[in-house]
Design a binder for this molecule. Structure first.
Ligand code: HPA
Length: 265
């Protein structure tokens, strides 16, 4: 059996056979959203090959069970490219998600806004993204499947469902383009201006590799940013990881309501 197949078997033993309707990856400061799941929680340490705890604000555990009326698999932590230089660090967890029989993925992240009408504390739905970090998680993948079309990488149906869920909750969910910077240093003001010229609405250090891997694995994908700050140079507020973690819960409360509604309707 493949490594991911074996891990999926272990997870099914603990959490039951029913395939998740959605996989969810939680961003910085959003880890507590895993507490919403009524089911089994498995530390990544028990899942050989899953990323070790690397970045504060992430909880390295997989929660599989019920969230409102849906089955979900919630990845409390993610590995980032900037931790070790491997953009494919989330490949095994996403292969496991596929092997659990799940075909929908929602990725969340903390991001810096480039738009005055998207202030910190709010949300942005990714309509599309720019892989600006200069690498790709599928480099080295030998199969022909590596030539993944990215035209509808952000699934129109899941996005529409997220928009309806937000509207039903009275929560603003503007669409925008997310630009992936490698990190771990934050952007310079010049880089933020460049990102704006390129067509970006928000910047962050994650998500894009997971969307590429998700599409490669045949998952329908969508992503939501929690805006924690304005991009460098756009405001006088501080930028830093501590600030990201402090601000994330504000948007996370909105995100939780959107997701709860999505999982009910
Ligand atoms: N830049 C990159 N990543 C981020 C930011 C930012 O301004 N805020 C939260 N994550």
């Amino acid at each position: 059996m493949s490594r991911s197949g074996e891990l999926a078997r272990i997870i099914r033993e603990r959490a039951g056979d029913r395939p998740p309707d959605y996989g969810l990856i939680l961003g910085s400061g959003l880890g507590h959203l895993a507490d919403m799941v009524d089911g089994a929680t498995i530390p990544y340490a028990d899942l050989d090959g899953f990323p070790a705890a690397g970045v504060s604000g992430h909880v390295p555990r997989l929660s599989v069970g019920w969230f409102e009326d849906r089955r979900v698999a919630v990845f409390g932590g993610r590995a980032h490219y900037y931790e070790h230089g491997r953009a494919d660090a989330m490949r095994l967890p996403l292969e496991v998600l596929r092997d659990l029989g799940c075909d929908r993925l929602i990725v969340t992240n903390a991001a810096g806004s480039l738009r005055d009408d998207m202030p910190p504390g709010g949300l942005m739905l990714l309509d599309d993204h720019i892989a600006f970090a200069g690498t790709n998680p599928l480099i080295g993948e030998p199969s022909e499947d590596r030539f993944v079309p990215m035209t509808d990488a952000h699934d129109p149906q899941i996005r529409a469902a997220l928009r309806s869920a937000a509207a039903a909750e009275g929560i603003d969910l503007p669409g925008g383009v997310y630009c992936w910077f490698s990190g771990p240093s934050f952007e310079t003001p010049a880089e933020i201006r460049a990102a704006r010229v390129l067509g970006a609405d928000a910047v962050g250090m994650s998500t894009v590799p997971e969307i590429i891997l998700g599409r490669f694995l045949g998952l329908r994908c969508a992503a939501v940013s929690v805006i924690t700050n304005m991009g460098a140079g756009l405001s006088s507020e501080p930028i830093g990881h501590a600030h990201t973690k402090a601000m994330a819960p504000v948007g996370a409360a909105l995100l939780e309501r959107v997701l709860r509604r999505l999982m009910r309707d």
